[in-house]
Design a protein around this ligand. Structure first.
Ligand code: AGP
Length: 609
């Protein structure tokens, strides 16, 4: 998730673009840049790090022009660096672009373009689009962008300038947000409303497949096949705070609702259900290494640890590799049996968690193979691990991790299925079935998120309870732990996640009518077992909320409240069952007036031990 901004009008575009990027910095902040056209030549200033570095760069070598585009980056391909910062030019320095999104077929396109002896200056997928547009350019920028985008597979919000047509910006949208700000004698493009509000409330929300030509006095929107699109100009009444959260009350709620897109983007370019292909470029483990692995340790903290716990079921069930999951702060102080046939998988949204980094270093000292699952490109953990597979969920601002958790699961599931197939433990047919299931998850989550009123009612019912018990079995036991953690960290309520089968070994003594129990009982091999656990707690007076599969009509006879979720394969169900638990904790915290995005005593990244 990056931020793009463009301006064309009668003012100095550089100042306006910089201010626009400042408003978009929360979307990405590892590098930034601005490009303008001055006397029919392109000029670019780019800097690595926060936007203040670009400001110093601009003060050192100022630019002034009436047209320009800018970008603040959240790296997905190519580490944060000046050469990977946007904007990117083609080799003839005639075309310059800024891009938010992922080019799925960039490997193939890059190979084709390299045959033309055009050198690439960066490691990004974006630069390829600049090359393609230049190759299609025949004195009409709009047509060149149309032709180039016919070759691109993936997501994009694009801003394009051409030194031969210095009165217009061409922009395009596919699976990434892009808005045109309509001014008087000036027009703007931006990734979201936040950056446009200081200049205009009149906006055109481009739709997938739209390509627009934006000059100071005119806006033309067409589709990739040249059909004119009449897009409505909307007048937006949000204030700045509402805009930064896209209209949501908190970043956490926004990020819960971003999960379908976050998972889609994490899968993008990595899975092909119709052919049963998985290609995780970054996980370059050799096939013979995958086949000869003796055991896996998954090491992480907090929510990332819960993602690791859930993935253990897949690694063991599908790859047949013995898999242990450890809390990083424990792992590093015990004497785990490690050797060069051990693979250590560390999971970290921030890539900066001190205990996880220390555990990784311990593993490397024992010659283990190391793979990190991170959300921040070029973070300390990603630099330390031999391989890093990135989640592509964009910056997670809320301290309570939500979209990072489901994106981590998405990556871990792909690794498990990929290695199971490569180890001959999963047939191509079964692999295709599971990839199809995964591919449908974003839609199923979106379907569930369309109606959350019942969760708000439940939250009102439980907001004054003192204790909560979350029960789960098998792959949903870690989800029970995660649901309890969410409630603890944002509503400051005592909540415990428990393996449902453990209840009769002590915790059932806790049960009385004052303690709500949340049980995850979706259709699975252990369904009957968890239902009997539900009956056990019911018989002792506890009120039970059940997360159940939408086809399960019997469960209502066992539960006091039933939260139905779309049917998914049991191994993949954590991607679905965690959503209601995230929302329930969120609504309870809101009703209690807690600081949801910045809960007391917590930091987004625990960089100290
Ligand atoms: C989860 O909501 C918390 N923010 C916390 O448990 C977090 O998951 C943990 O600190 C690990 O952070 P990391 O993923 O950045 O390593």
């Amino acid at each position: 998730m990056c931020g793009i901004f463009g301006y064309v009008g009668n003012k100095n575009s550089v100042d306006i673009i910089f201010s626009g990027l400042k408003k978009l910095e929360y979307r990405g902040y590892d590098s930034s840049g601005i490009a303008v056209v001055i006397d029919k030549e392109l000029q670019i200033r780019r800097s690595v790090g926060r936007l203040c570095n670009l400001k110093s760069n601009l003060l050192k070598s100022p630019m002034s022009a009436n047209i320009g585009i800018g970008h603040t980056r959240w790296a997905t391909h190519g580490k944060p660096s000046e050469k990977n910062a946007h904007p990117h030019m083609d080799p003839t320095k005639s075309i310059v672009i800024v891009h938010n999104g992922i080019v799925e077929n960039y490997g193939k396109l890059r190979t084709e373009l390299l045959k033309c002896e055009w050198e690439f200056k960066s490691e990004t997928d974006t630069e390829i689009i600049a090359h393609l547009i230049r190759r299609c350019y025949k004195n009409n920028l709009f047509n060149a962008v149309q032709k180039a985008l016919c070759k691109v597979k993936g997501s994009y919000a694009l801003g394009v300038l051409c030194k031969y047509e210095s009165d217009k910006i061409v922009c395009a949208k596919q699976d990434a947000p892009l808005i045109i700000g309509v001014g008087k004698g000036e027009n703007f493009i931006a990734s979201d409303v936040t950056a446009l509000l200081p200049y205009t409330r009149d906006m055109i929300f481009l739709e997938d497949g739209d390509i627009a030509e934006v000059s100071a006095e005119k806006i033309v929107v067409k589709d990739i096949k040249d059909g004119i699109k009449n897009r409505e100009i909307k007048n937006i009444q949000w204030n700045a705070a509402q805009a930064e959260k896209d209209g949501y009350k908190h970043f956490m709620l926004k990020e819960i609702f971003e999960q379908p897109r976050a998972i889609e983007n994490t899968f993008r370019g990595r899975i092909y259900p119709e052919t049963g292909r998985i290609c995780i470029e970054e996980a370059k483990l050799k096939e013979e290494d995958i086949r000869s692995l003796s055991n896996i340790y998954i090491v992480a903290c907090g929510t990332s640890y819960h993602a690791g716990l859930a993935s253990k079921f897949l690694f063991e069930n599908f790859t047949k590799i013995p898999t242990e999951v450890d809390i990083a702060s424990e792992f590093r102080y015990r004497t785990p049996i490690l050797n060069e046939k051990t693979l250590i998988i560390v999971i970290s949204q921030s890539g900066e968690t001190a205990d996880t980094l220390a555990a990784l270093k311990l593993a490397k000292s024992k010659s283990c193979q190391t793979l990190a699952v991170c959300n921040v490109v070029d973070s300390s953990i990603s630099r330390e691990a031999k391989y890093t597979v990135y989640t592509h969920c964009g910056p997670e601002i809320g301290v309570a991790s939500t979209k990072a958790f489901t994106s981590q699961l998405a990556v871990l599931y792909l690794l498990a299925f990929d290695w199971a197939y490569k180890r001959g433990k999963l047939t191509k047919e079964k692999l295709k079935e599971y990839l199809k299931e995964l591919w449908e998850i974003p839609l199923k989550i979106s379907k569930f998120l369309k109606n959350t009123e019942s969760l708000q009612t439940l939250a009102k019912e439980f907001m004054n309870k003192k204790d909560f018990l979350y029960l789960g079995r098998h792959v949903n036991y870690p989800v029970a732990l995660e649901g309890a953690l969410k409630l603890k960290e944002i509503a400051y309520m005592h909540a415990e996640g428990y393996a449902a089968g453990e209840m009769k070994h002590g915790p059932i003594a806790l049960i009385d009518e004052s303690i709500p129990i949340l049980a995850i009982a979706v259709k699975s091999e252990v369904y009957k077992k968890i239902v009997s656990n539900i009956e056990e707690v019911k018989s002792r007076g506890g009120s039970v909320v059940v997360v159940a599969s939408e086809s399960d009509k019997e469960i209502v006879t066992k539960s006091d409240y039933t939260i139905y979720v779309p049917e998914v394969d049991e191994f993949i169900s954590p991607l679905m069952t965690v959503i209601p638990l995230q929302l329930l904790a969120y609504y309870i915290a809101v009703f209690l007036g807690c600081d949801v995005d910045q809960p007391r005593n917590l930091a987004k990244s625990v960089t100290v031990e």
